[in-house]
Design a protein around this ligand. Structure first.
Ligand code: HEM
Length: 391
């Protein structure tokens, strides 16, 4: 038994990955008495198993510590076979090329507009960019008014950054109230909304019928809670790293075609998500006896730092996957719940680098700035004041 509290450990505040890399010294699976007691898996191959073996590790209880009567978010909180039909429907319609048409152009346009709105030669990257781009893209794809931005960001921060169960629960309630109100308005005149994702959801068929209101509500809440804080968090760590590593930054400015491959290495190195599961029954796995309901943490940052899967794991090596090839990692999970928004996330991250890096010569973190990680189920920087030379 070892203490590890991914929500509160002080060591996660400064350089979480350096600390998480030390878990390599611990057993492949260990029990932590923190957060109500839960299992932590430290090997990439076993974390992959936890994601994939839904017969052993159920997604119906994801929160660590457990939340009683947590809302069921489709499709993440369902196991196959219930999960399968929704997953197919979402992948085939809401995340189809047709529903995402215009994503590339919109993302580029929004990214440029955000850059031009920065004060000259500096920004506070977390709030001026990383929070803004994903929410504006999401609201646009849902055909929602951008005026809802602040309300949405407030409840997303509550859900992910709440310091107590009460604050997190209040975030969920606010998200539920907003989504109920917004969907009710949209469904009163669905043809008036031309957002690609909204239209796909309204036109989708499951077992020959349309989605009902509760299903649409659950899916929309899932996308709001799964698809925004994650991209924002990932953006903050990647920009921090590049601001501190002129060598890697210069390479990407000189070789923009290498950005997609480099991005995968940064997604591996700076994993952000502590994903929960629960033992589906009493069983023994890798010599460990699990009891039905035991919470299990499969963390993508821990998977990315496993030296058996990634030698010298703390080094950022854009060539790690082999010449011109993407390194395979678990940053978007794996198995039935593999992130459905990965294409959306990769597009925004790539365009962020393509649009911002060439416009920020001499990029650096503002001298004297305190850079701290906010803890939680995903890790994000609190703030990231950046400076660069004016062109
Ligand atoms: C860098 C950004 C992102 C990261 C790191 C990320 C990470 C993940 C991970 C690790 C999972 C697996 C969860 C599990 O196994 O329980 C997941 C699932 C999911 N993600 Fe993402 N995600 C990102 C962006 C997005 C975006 C932009 C969306 C949509 C707008 C999205 C929607 C979802 C959904 C719906 C699932 C559940 C899929 C299922 O249950 O079949 N994610 N994500």
């Amino acid at each position: 038994m070892f203490h590890f509290d991914f929500r509160n450990d002080e060591a996660l505040r400064q350089d979480p990955w350096a600390y998480l890399a030390t878990l390599d010294d611990l057993p492949d699976i260990f029990f932590s008495p923190d957060l109500g007691g839960y299992w932590v898996v430290t090997r990439a191959a076993l974390i992959d198993d936890v994601f994939s073996r839904h017969d052993l590790f159920t997604a119906t209880s994801l929160a660590i510590p457990k939340i009683e009567n947590a809302p069921v978010l489709i499709p993440n909180h369902l196991d196959p076979p219930a999960h399968t039909a929704y997953r197919k429907l979402m992948a085939g319609s809401m995340f189809s090329p047709r529903a995402l048409a215009g994503l590339e152009e919109d993302t580029r346009r929004f990214a440029r507009a955000l850059f031009h709105a920065f004060p000259s030669g500096r920004c506070e990257f977390v709030h001026d960019f990383a929070y803004r781009l994903p929410i504006d893209i999401f609201l646009s794809m849902m055909g929602a008014d951008l005026a809802h931005r602040d309300e949405c960001l407030a409840f997303i921060k509550g859900i992910f950054r709440g310091r107590t169960v009460e604050e997190t629960t209040a975030g969920f309630h606010a998200a539920h109230a907003f989504t109920t109100r917004w969907l009710t308005e949209q469904l009163a005149d669905p043809d008036a909304n031309q957002g690609g994702m909204f239209r796909a959801m309204v036109e989708a068929r499951i077992e020959g019928r349309s989605l009902n209101f509760e299903e649409m509500l659950s899916i929309t809440l899932m996308l709001l809670s799964g698809g925004l804080d994650t991209i924002t968090s990932q953006m903050t760590h990647i920009m921090r790293f590049l601001a501190e590593s002129p060598k890697h930054r210069a390479f990407l400015v000189d070789n923009p075609d290498a950005i997609p491959v480099a991005l995968e290495e940064m997604l591996r190195r700076f994993g952000i998500s502590f994903i929960g599961r629960a033992a589906a029954d009493d069983f023994t796995f890798e010599g460990v006896t699990f009891r039905k309901g035991d919470p299990v943490c499969a963390a993508t940052p821990i998977a990315g730092l496993d030296p058996r899967a990634f030698p010298d794991p703390l080094a950022v090596d854009f060539g790690r996957g082999g010449e011109g090839r993407r390194v395979k990692h678990l940053g978007f999970g794996s198995g039935p719940h593999l992130c459905i928004g990965a294409y959306l996330a990769r597009t925004q991250l790539r365009i962020m680098l393509e649009e911002l890096l060439p416009r920020m010569p001499g990029l650096r973190i503002a001298p004297g700035a305190t850079i701290e990680n906010m803890r939680g189920a995903t890790m994000m920087l609190h703030s990231l004041p950046l400076e660069w030379q004016q062109g």
